[in-house]
Design a protein around this ligand. Structure first.
Ligand code: UGA
Length: 451
């Protein structure tokens, strides 16, 4: 099928690349002409595992192209995937102005019928508004628009893997024909017809459980997305409160959450205590969901608590830092990890940046290391010394803060690092190390919810 993708961010690029890999003809566009230029030159503007390989092979195979001309992209596709940003407003409400602007352009530029698929995370009822907007902006012209919601459940860092191994594909539609069109688009993935880039060389992808193809109303599909992300965020905050309790009572949060998670009704994932959740999804989606609920008279108290607990993680970490260091001003502190989680260069709403901001305000002297997050951080905090090599960042440091769970940090040789640090002090915001072992090596070691 011919598919247009509007928005070449984390969602749009992965969607476009994976649909091209699945055999469709994809045209991508973005408001940022510089980004299109980069893509046309074969460069990948974001860090995402396997994305470079599939974009490269799709480009060489003529399955994907990029244009800064949104009209050209709109006319090229039978289905148009809207993958533009929906950032939070001051109030927490999702800002849908980019969706509205795309609707106006689709209505103006389309010359034939289109299936308009909203992939951006949006509050419930956006699809209905989008449908009305398309009708209004096309002023009763002959071109027919059908709207569908197809929320994504991709995690940054494993987005390509997730795309080819979904546990569910949700399509919210107004009419059965739209659902069939979307089933056709996803057929190669549903039927595991080809070897995905993650399993290249291994024939077809290993037969895992088949993805469920769920057809719902548009409102339900939109709600499924917000309800899923918010529930995962809630789970993390729950684990973090358990961690606080463990500290007061003298228990170990890892032991507690592991045992809890073995109950299949609970599950072991998303119970990792620490600095809390960040990124461009959970914080804004929780806020938008609270806002949506309030707008229809439902008080989502439990999500407000989720958000509150998450904000307190930063304060809790800073308390630990103050307790250990006493005066922060003038201390040299090494920050390991800037990205909001491992395997991404994304620093949006990263807990690490909150910590960095507060420490800089207090006059700390910071050195930082992150495998992919330093480029973005440099523009926000030019006063920090950045090091590719974490051991360089740790040299002469009065303390090391671990803020992101990168593998390189998990495997760090602390014996070696300790020899060059001014003080053997580690504050671990992600519970990466065994406390006993760190202490055996002579470190003062602080983490979350463990003795
Ligand atoms: C999240 C969802 O997991 C995806 O399903 C969804 O598609 C995506 O948002 C989206 O809406 O686009 P993502 O933001 O990439 O994906 O990151 P997660 O892996 O979910 O992690 C979110 C944050 O929670 C990170 O800061 C991570 O460090 C933190 N986290 C995660 C914890 O603090 N504890 C945990 O146990 C798990």
């Amino acid at each position: 099928m011919r598919i247009s993708v509007i928005g070449c961010g984390y969602v749009g690029l992965v969607t476009g690349a994976c649909l091209a890999e699945a055999g469709h003809d994809v045209v991508c566009t973005d408001i940022n002409a510089e980004r299109i230029k980069m893509l046309n030159a074969g460069e990948v503007p974001i860090y995402e595992l396997h994305l470079g390989e599939i974009l490269d092979s799709a480009r060489k195979g003529g399955k994907i192209s990029y244009t800064a001309d949104i009209g050209e992209a709109i006319r090229a596709g039978d289905a148009i995937f809207i993958c533009v940003g929906t950032p939070p407003k001051e109030s927490g409400e999702a800002d849908l102005s980019a969706i509205d602007s795309v609707a106006r352009q689709i209505a103006a530029e389309a010359k034939s019928s289109k299936l308009v698929v909203e992939k951006s995370t949006v509050p419930a009822r956006t699809g209905l508004e989008l449908s009305r907007a398309l009708a209004a902006y096309s002023r009763g012209g002959n071109v027919r628009f059908r709207v569908a919601s197809n929320p994504e459940f991709l995690r940054e860092g494993t987005a390509v893997y997730d795309f080819f191994h979904p546990d569910r594909i949700v399509v919210g539609v107004e009419d059965p024909a739209a659902a069939e069109e979307l089933r056709e688009i996803y057929r190669p993935i549903l039927e595991k017809q080809f070897s995905c880039p993650v399993h290249k060389g291994a024939g077809a992808c290993p037969a895992g459980p088949k993805a469920e193809f769920l057809v719902t109303t548009i409102n339900s599909a939109e709600l499924i997305k917000h309800a899923s992300n918010s529930f995962l965020a809630l789970k993390i905050s729950y684990a973090n409160v358990i961690a606080d309790l463990c500290e007061r009572i003298g228990a170990d949060v890892e032991e507690v959450t592991h045992a809890m998670g073995l109950d299949p009704r609970i599950g072991t994932q998303f119970l990792k205590a620490g600095l809390g959740f960040g990124g461009f999804c959970f914080p804004k989606d929780v806020q938008a969901f609270i806002h949506l609920a309030a707008s229809v008279g439902v008080d989502f108290e439990i999500l407000k608590a989720t958000e509150r607990v998450n904000k307190q993680r930063i304060e809790r970490f800073l308390e630990k830092i103050h307790k250990a260091l006493w005066v922060v001003k003038g201390k040299k502190i090494a920050v390991l990890g800037l990205a909001f989680k491992a395997n991404t260069d994304d620093i949006r709403f990263a807990p690490a940046l909150e910590v960095v901001k507060k420490l800089l305000e207090e006059g700390a002297v910071l050195a930082a290391s992150d495998p992919e997050g330093m480029t973005g951080a440099r523009t926000i905090f030019p006063q920090i010394a950045y090091h590719e090599d974490p051991y360089e960042a740790l040299k002469n440091a009065d303390a090391a803060l671990v803020c992101t769970e990168w593998d390189v940090f998990k495997k760090l040789d602390w014996e070696r690092a300790g020899k060059t640090m001014a003080r053997k002090l580690v504050l671990d915001g992600r519970n990466l190390y065994v406390p006993g072992k760190m202490r055996e090596m002579g470190f003062e070691y602080y983490c979350f919810g463990r003795a």
